[in-house]
Write a protein that binds this ligand. Structure first.
Ligand SMILES: CC(C)(COP(=O)(O)OP(=O)(O)OC[C@H]1O[C@@H](n2cnc3c(N)ncnc32)[C@H](O)[C@@H]1OP(=O)(O)O)[C@@H](O)C(=O)NCCC(=O)NCCS
Length: 202
């Protein structure tokens, strides 16, 4: 029987594979079986290394900034193996962003290692220099919920969970759940009881 959804998905997967193969000439590297889905926005992905079996979903904007307003940077963006990046993710590296293996990033997530200078009140913000504000490291198996913002100079530990719409401004330890604005740890895995235990937030 005619199944339009099946045909549509087959055609889409062909298109994604072809699109990814074209992007290989622009990226640092894109590993085996990894896919970048169109539409995809970027001006530079030369310093982006993507591992194997990773998927970058539609409408992502991923940028390695090597020059901004005349200032040069040496960006590095590493995305591991078996990573899923949901739609509308916005990842901007001008220093160092590292996403480990088996990380799940939901939709509309923002990750940045930099910020716009704003100190000069006589100059529009877009014209002020970009500031490197510290690397972002997301360790293996972390799960970043929908709409979360991961700000510069932050390490998210192994198997940590970031709740939807959280704004992460400080390191989150491994095997913990963090939520809120700014994000605070609300649960942690206790290896003695083998249970995730709720913490009281002061
Ligand atoms: C963070 C999360 C995983 C926690 O789930 P959980 O362990 O079942 O947490 P609980 O429901 O026991 O909530 C614990 C407390 O944190 C609060 N909380 C949970 N998620 C929160 C969030 N995203 N922001 C703020 N507070 C949150 C709860 O209200 C509860 O507060 P209380 O103790 O005052 O009642 C989950 O709430 C979440 O945000 N998941 C992300 C979903 C998502 O983005 N999915 C995308 C698909 S890839």
């Amino acid at each position: 029987m005619f199944d339009f959804v099946k045909i549509k998905n087959w055609w889409r997967s062909r298109k994604i594979k072809f699109y990814t193969s074209l992007l290989r000439s622009s990226a640092g590297s894109i590993g085996k079986n990894s896919l970048i889905c169109p539409p995809f926005q970027s001006f530079n992905i030369k310093e982006m290394q993507v591992g194997n079996n990773t998927r970058i979903s539609e409408h992502c904007w991923i940028q390695c900034i090597d020059n901004y307003q005349g200032k040069s940077f040496s960006p590095r963006l590493d995305i591991g193996n078996d990573v899923h990046i949901g739609r509308f993710a916005h990842i901007i590296a001008c220093d160092n962003i590292k996403i480990g293996n088996s990380v799940v990033i939901a939709e509309r997530v923002y990750i940045s290692d930099n910020l716009h200078g704003f100190e000069d009140i006589n100059m529009p913000i877009m014209k002020q220099p970009l500031k490197q504000a510290g690397p972002v490291i997301i360790e293996d198996e972390a799960w970043i919920g929908n709409g979360a913002c991961i700000l510069p100079n932050v390490t998210i530990g192994k198997h940590a969970i970031i709740g939807s719409n959280a704004v992460v401004t400080k390191d989150i330890p491994p095997y913990s759940v963090a939520a809120g604005v700014p994000a605070k740890v609300i649960k942690q895995y206790n290896p003695k009881t083998k249970k995730w235990e709720k913490l009281t937030i002061s």
